[in-house]
Design a protein around this ligand. Sequence first.
Ligand SMILES: [Zn+2]
Length: 246
Amino acid sequence: MKKYFTKLPNKFKIPTDAVGQRILREYGALFVARGGAVPPNTVIFKNESEVASYQSSLSESSENLGGFDIELQAAAMKALKAAISEAEQKNLTITPRGADSGKRDYAGTIELWASRVNPGLAHWVGKGKLSEPEAAKILALSPFKQVSEIFKLESQEMFFSKDLSKSIVYSVAPPGTSQHLSMLALDVSEHDNERVRDILAKHGWFQTVVSDLPHFTFLGVSENRLSGLGLKKVSDGERIFWLPNI
Ligand SMILES: [Zn+2]
């Protein structure tokens, strides 16, 4: 068995379906987070009540950062504040990009999903690659059930990222799968600054979703322990991402 699987939470439900396995490969670094982080036991929350029940079990910390009220798991916030202090000493700032840069609820992830799926479907219908009835059928599905249909279209080169050139998973998370639901993720304004990325990494915050450049994940360990958690380093341009080695 790959090391990664031995590092997952005890009650973690390892997905057996194609969508779940894809989510695990793309977003799965989160599930081996340490340092007081409590990752979810599932790759996909199916509805708001599953999310609410998980979120209410967590120790939460709320701070006003850069003018936005941000909520994170307590351990993640503590590490983030330490990173912010270190940045200040170096005349740098670490701030959230917006009000939804920390914790999100299920409804928020549905809205973001629809903001890519709906225009994407219209685009591919316009290009004649998809029929109107097919698009209407997908739109009528629950967001949860849309995921496998969108992945199917993407396997036929109809992509749904914002610029329609790559998979939707690098642009927005499928409903119920966002790392922001776990309160272990933060979208950072200064993500382009390598020194800022180094400071965040020093405090346990790493990039774990390829192509999602502002997005950081609290893994709660130093970089030299990440491969021991079954993660592998993936370089893309000058960025380093940590993904499950599976
Ligand atoms: Zn994000």
